[in-house]
Design a protein around this ligand. Structure first.
Ligand SMILES: *[C@@H]1O[C@H](CO)[C@@H](O)[C@H](O)[C@H]1NC(C)=O
Ligand SMILES: *[C@@H]1O[C@H](CO)[C@@H](O)[C@H](O)[C@H]1NC(C)=O
Ligand SMILES: *[C@@H]1O[C@H](CO)[C@@H](O)[C@H](O)[C@H]1NC(C)=O
Ligand SMILES: *[C@@H]1O[C@H](CO)[C@@H](O)[C@H](O)[C@H]1NC(C)=O
Ligand SMILES: *[C@@H]1O[C@H](CO)[C@@H](O)[C@H](O)[C@H]1NC(C)=O
Ligand SMILES: *[C@@H]1O[C@H](CO)[C@@H](O)[C@H](O)[C@H]1NC(C)=O
Ligand SMILES: *[C@@H]1O[C@H](CO)[C@@H](O)[C@H](O)[C@H]1NC(C)=O
Ligand SMILES: *[C@@H]1O[C@H](CO)[C@@H](O)[C@H](O)[C@H]1NC(C)=O
Ligand SMILES: *[C@@H]1O[C@H](CO)[C@@H](O)[C@H](O)[C@H]1NC(C)=O
Length: 893
């Protein structure tokens, strides 16, 4: 009795919940369970108004901004615990789109607003000026326009003002000069004009001043020298002229000076690295600076980045051996060295710089030999550019020690001798440029060892002999391909590339021509290719690619050629975009393609087994008052949740409500993260989620639930083992139905493992988690809740999720028990067990198994001769029944 009334109460809370849910039209608004009258309505109102002015929330951040959660617990809000007033609003990086509501000016306790990295447009509301407590205003990387709100002068406590990466125009307003407490002022990457204002000198607390990436003119004012705490100044990418004010070299606190891409001239003081002893990064490339590299650099032991490309530096490079932190050294495009034998002495001193990652001394006047000590440079060295000088002599074989090298360029020197065989050790090499020298001998059999190489320039030398057969050894397309954001054309056709096309290729955003024809690539066509918005020509023909053609490829509007012939593709050919024009489309010679435009003469695709859902009598009689919720399943994997059935009005939609047992659950964050993940999973064979719900129940306790589409035909478990909850389930599954279910589950797994944005490992596949809808189409359920998802494997999940539970005995692969990490292979094991269970009708742990026997060995022992004896008797029965009476139609798909 007690249990029953508890159930009724539980139902009542859900019922109220759903009722309110339906009175609100927004899909993610969550109803209020218990009215807790807030006295601080102003903050509440302001936040609601703020949310209203946001039109797009792709990450579902506002899922938690519902009336059944106190606004202090909303995502991104921090309150003063005592007064319950909003202190911080942090919604950085959620791709929110909308305007900034003036109501934000009512949050009078506000100390920090961070809306950076979103898509806010319009102007900064003047009302912000009312926030006198505001310390931090960060709206960088949005699409804000106009002049900076002069009313910001009201924010007298402002310390951090971050307006970079917007479209602000006009002069930097003088009002900013009154914000005397400012420590960080970031105005970079806008459209500011005029000069760097003199009032900057009045912001005496400033440590960071960034005005880079604007249209500022004039010279750098002396006034900034009064900023005695300045550690970082960024002027780069403007139109500044003149010299650095000499007093600048007296600001000894400076860590970073970035002034690249201006028209600065003059020379650098010889002792500048003495007067700036804390300088870590000095970036002045693309200016007009003359003279020598200051000798004091010899003592600049803090320096980690020196970028002095494309100026007019002359003379010799001093010893840099004390620069222990040096990572990046670049002064290409100057006039250093004088074609004499000692020019490259400084390279020896660099052997002491163990952090070096990049050296670029190209396009100067360096003469002489490459020293043997080149091989003693840092193993971390990735890039070495020596091209465009007057270097003579042979390539020292010690260069093979630089195993970190990804790029080596020596083009356009007078280097002679042969290519040392030690090059074969440079396993990370991707680009090798030796062209236009005087190299002789063979082309180098080592080349085949460089499995990552994809740009090789040995042209215009005196090389002879055959191309070594090992050249065909390029095994993989390096994942780093994705790093080549500027790659416009990638032609790796007619090689022997194997393995799959890395999804990271979708990051080569400017790629226009991709030709991988004639390799041995397998796996799928990564859907990420659809992000190559500029792709004009795609040729993947003559490989072993499987899976289907990603539907989104039809959205690439400029795609003019598409060839996937002679692969093993299956499924539907899209009809939009490039797929409209048969003359630029080659899909012949695949395994099982269907659909597409009629000119392709492909067979039509099988219809999606979707019949019109019959109205069940239950739905007809159900009214909001008579809605009955009852306990359907207690999840057999460990009381993480209870599942109820309920009805949504006014659509009269029957739903399954999964209420989490919060005693066993992790944090609210995890719940939200999982809701978000589930929202992004959309597949015919995965149970569709309708909404997530979070609030306080009638007992004042936390309440969290997920609402799914209701699956009328229950779980596969109920069908296989005849656990009938109602008369509906008294039937058994025939062989066709079982096969269809298997295919459905396989499709869902394939989707989770290969086609989601993130790899999702279900971790608990079993018949009770496979649900059947009206049409007996199977839907995998119950993941994201107690299961988890991550990029590679569950255990290294960045998404705080429940990781400890690894499935159900009998279905989990044995290696999980030995502490192995969760993997897609584990899901495949569970899937195998599921298949056996569907065919034998026996659970993996069945009483009949003795002496260490299990379902697997049970089947194995009867294979292949006694299969009929182990087959689920109901299949045999069902099949006989059909044959003799031909009565029950099977569910066709
Ligand atoms: C509203 O603020 C007052 C103090 O200003 C505080 O005592 C009260 O607890 C807050 N109430 C709510 C519901 O936030
Ligand atoms: C809050 O701000 C809005 C717009 O700036 C204003 O109309 C409203 O009256 C303010 N006050 C309260 C209490 O919401
Ligand atoms: C501008 O700031 C002042 C001072 O903080 C404030 O009184 C005024 O209301 C603000 N203007 C608007 C339009 O909110
Ligand atoms: C804005 O974008 C730049 C460049 O991508 C990045 O360095 C910066 O951290 C971003 N964030 C903010 C808040 O400006
Ligand atoms: C800097 O502050 C002083 C004193 O407050 C003031 O007189 C001067 O005009 C300010 N300079 C600028 C350029 O705003
Ligand atoms: C730099 O500081 C030194 C001593 O602190 C001083 O003698 C010199 O005049 C200053 N130089 C400039 C240009 O401000
Ligand atoms: C480097 O520092 C040492 C010791 O402080 C000093 O003797 C030497 O002159 C400095 N070298 C240069 C080139 O400034
Ligand atoms: C490397 O640094 C050590 C200690 O700072 C110094 O003794 C040695 O001479 C340096 N080596 C070179 C090649 O400059
Ligand atoms: C450079 O490396 C070689 C080995 O390749 C070693 O014999 C030599 O001592 C190293 N020289 C220095 C200066 O570290």
């Amino acid at each position: 009795m007690k249990y029953f009334s508890l159930m009724l109460l539980a139902f009542w809370s859900i019922y109220v919940h759903l009722f309110v849910l339906l009175t609100l039209n927004s899909p993610w608004i969550i109803p209020k369970l218990v009215a807790s009258a807030s006295e601080n309505e102003t903050d509440h109102m302001a936040l609601l108004e703020f949310r209203k002015s946001i039109l797009s929330d792709p990450h579902g951040i506002f899922l938690s901004w519902n009336t059944c959660t106190h606004f202090c617990n909303w995502h991104g809000i921090t309150c003063n615990p005592k007064h319950q007033r909003v202190l911080e609003l942090n919604l950085q990086g959620y791709k929110l789109k909308g305007s900034i509501s003036p109501y934000i000016g009512n949050l009078s306790y506000m100390r920090s607003i961070n809306l950076g990295d979103n898509n806010f447009y319009g102007e900064i509301p003047q009302e912000l000026g009312r926030l006198s407590q505001l310390h931090n205003l960060s709206v960088g990387n949005n699409s804000l326009v106009g002049e900076i709100a002069t009313n910001l002068t009201g924010c007298t406590n402002l310390k951090f003002l971050h307006l970079g990466g917007n479209n602000f125009i006009d002069k930097i307003p003088i009002e900013i000069g009154s914000l005397r407490k400012l420590q960080h002022l970031i105005l970079s990457n806008n459209e500011f004009t005029g000069e760097i204002p003199l009032f900057m000198g009045n912001l005496s607390s400033l440590t960071l001043l960034a005005v880079a990436g604007n249209n500022l003119e004039g010279s750098i004012p002396h006034e900034i020298c009064s900023l005695k705490s300045l550690t970082w100044i960024a002027f780069h990418l403007n139109k500044l002229r003149g010299t650095f004010p000499t007093c600048l070299y007296n600001i000894s606190s400076l860590n970073i000076i970035s002034a690249t891409n201006n028209q600065l001239n003059g020379s650098l003081p010889t002792n500048m690295f003495h007067t700036l002893p804390n300088l870590h990064k000095f970036l002045i490339s693309n200016n007009q600076i003359i003279g020598s590299i200051p000798p004091s650099i010899t003592n600049a032991s803090f320096l980690s980045i020196l970028d002095a490309d494309n100026n007019y530096f002359t003379g010799q490079v001093p010893s840099l051996s004390k620069l222990q932190d040096l990572r990046y050294l670049s002064f290409s495009g100057n006039n250093l060295g004088d074609n004499s034998t000692d020019d490259l002495e400084f390279l020896k001193s660099l052997t002491n710089c163990s952090q070096l990652q990049m050296i670029d001394i190209g396009f100067n006047s360096f003469g002489g030999h490459l020293p043997n000590s080149l091989g003693n440079l840092s193993m971390q060295l990735n890039e070495l550019y020596l091209g465009g000088n007057h270097i003579v002599g042979e390539i020292p074989s010690a260069i093979g020690n630089l195993i970190g090298l990804v790029l080596l360029s020596m083009t356009g020197n007078s280097i002679d001798g042969t290519i040392p065989t030690t090059f074969g050790k440079l396993q990370n090499m991707q680009k090798l440029r030796l062209g236009r020298n005087k190299l002789s001998g063979g082309i180098g059999a080592f080349i085949g060892n460089l499995s990552q190489l994809f740009h090789l320039d040995e042209g215009k030398n005196m090389l002879q002999g055959k191309i070594p057969p090992s050249i065909g050894n390029y095994q993989s397309i390096p994942v780093e391909v994705g790093n080549l954001k500027n790659l416009g054309s990638l032609d790796m056709s007619e090689n022997n590339l194997s393995y799959h096309i890395p999804p990271s290729i979708g990051e080569c955003i400017v790629l226009e021509y991709l030709n991988l024809k004639g390799n041995s690539l397998n796996g799928i066509i990564p859907p990420s290719l659809a992000s190559l918005k500029g792709l004009r020509s795609l040729d993947l023909s003559q490989n072993s690619l499987g899976g289907s053609i990603p539907n989104d490829l039809q959205k690439i509007s400029v795609l003019q050629y598409f060839n996937v012939s002679l692969n093993m593709l299956v499924g539907e050919v899209p009809k939009g975009g490039v797929f409209q024009n048969a003359s630029v489309l080659v899909v012949t010679g695949n395994k099982n393609l269907c659909g597409g435009i009629s000119e392709l003469h492909l067979p039509p695709c099988p219809v999606d087994g979707k019949k019109l859902a019959k109205l069940h009598p239950f739905m007809l009689i159900a009214t909001i008052v008579s809605a009955v919720a009852f306990l359907l399943i207690i999840s057999s994997s460990g009381n993480f949740s209870f599942v109820y059935k309920g009805i949504l009005r006014p659509e009269e939609k029957v739903v399954a409500i999964k209420v989490l047992n919060l005693q066993k659950r992790g944090s609210q964050k995890s719940f939200i993260a999982e809701c978000n993940a589930l929202k992004n999973i959309k597949h015919r064979n995965v149970v569709p989620i309708l909404t997530c719900c979070s609030g306080i129940d009638y007992k004042g306790q936390e309440f969290k639930a997920l609402i799914f589409e209701y699956m009328k035909n229950g779980s596969l478990e109920q069908w296989l083992h005849q656990i009938a909850l109602s008369a509906e389930h008294s039937r058994t599954l025939n062989l066709d139905q079982r096969l269809n279910i298997m295919i459905d589950v396989a499709s869902a797994l394939h989707y989770l493992h290969y086609e989601c944005e993130q790899l999702i490992v279900h971790c608990d596949l079993k018949p009770s988690n496979v649900l059947l809808d009206d049409d007996m189409i199977a839907h995998v359920s119950d993941f994201g809740l107690v299961r988890l998802f991550s990029t590679i494997n569950c255990t290294s999940s960045q998404h705080t999720s429940t990781i400890v539970i690894k499935g159900t005995i009998g279905y989990v692969p044995p290696e999980y028990g030995m502490g192995s990490e969760v993997s897609t292979a584990g899901d495949m094991y569970s899937f195998g067990i599921l298949l056996l269970e569907m065919l034998t009708g026996r659970r993996p742990i069945d009483e009949i198994f003795e002496d260490g026997q299990n379902l697997h060995t049970f089947v194995e022992n009867s294979f292949p001769d006694n299969l009929l004896q182990i087959l689920d008797p109901s299949i045999v029965l069902n099949q006989e029944e059909q044959n003799s009476q031909n009565l029950t139609p099977t569910v066709e798909k």
